[in-house]
Design a protein around this ligand. Structure first.
Ligand SMILES: *Cc1c(COP(=O)(O)O)cnc(C)c1O
Length: 223
């Protein structure tokens, strides 16, 4: 199947309240253009430099999402155009995003990454750490960011019951944060689900899936 067909097939099966982030990391701009021509406008990258390069050459109505682990010193390179940062896992990072957003006179949308997987390799905050950030005085001073929800990655396992359980946990954490959170009407996004598990994620309440290989084919990592 072609990239275009893959994009259309996923769009046709998605519930209306679920957004598709086409994860284009490592893929050439021709592939992204093909998905774009099928109507896809949201793309996800996990490296700042790669995302900036692609932003330069591709249509300007693309919404670029940073889905990878983000170093503070890289925020400045994408602050003028990034549409959503999924992987925010510290107050310090939020403060840097706010600072860079201020320079460009814009408000940058962010998601808090919550650690739901049992693996040590995965980044993210505990529910308590997220609550602490959202209620801190330092956070309340940040006028150029808005936290729109949460993001999580399930354990890399064949055990779909475990994956479902982890997604369910993220949904519960989301609901809890939303309840405590002052601007609940802005807190609407649950970014969970990838190629192997997005159907389960949607059943468990995902509003944003991040799908790469099911659209673009498998990735070859050379680095
Ligand atoms: C690569 C990546 C994805 C997409 O993975 P696929 O299995 O190719 O769909 C989703 N989320 C994050 C954070 C990623 O790094």
């Amino acid at each position: 199947m072609t990239i275009k067909e893959n994009v259309r097939n996923i769009h046709n099966t998605l519930p209306k309240n679920v957004m598709l982030v086409a994860v284009s990391k490592t893929k050439p701009v021709q592939d992204i253009q093909e998905a774009y021509d099928a109507g896809q406008r949201i793309f996800g990258e996990n490296k700042v430099q790669e995302m900036c390069d692609k932003y330069q050459t591709l249509p300007k109505d693309i919404q670029w999402h940073m889905i990878g682990h983000l170093q503070r010193n890289k925020v400045k390179y994408m602050a003028h155009f990034v549409a959503l940062i999924h992987g925010v896992d510290s107050l310090k990072l939020l403060q840097e995003i706010n600072k860079q957003a201020q320079k460009h006179n814009r408000i940058i949308k962010c998601l808090l990454q919550i650690k739901i997987a049992k693996e040590d390799s995965k980044f993210g905050l505990s529910a308590n750490e997220a609550v602490k950030i959202l209620h801190s005085a330092e956070f309340k001073e940040l006028k150029n960011i808005v936290v729109q929800g949460v993001m999580g990655m399930a354990t890399f396992t064949e055990n779909m019951n475990q994956v479902r359980e982890e997604f369910r946990t993220l949904k519960l954490i989301f609901e809890e944060l939303k309840k405590q959170f002052l601007t609940a009407n802005q807190f609407t996004l649950i970014s969970m689900g990838m190629s192997s598990d997005y159907l389960i994620a949607i059943e468990e309440g995902s509003t944003m899936i991040r799908v790469g290989s099911s659209i673009f084919g498998s990735r070859n990592y050379t680095t």
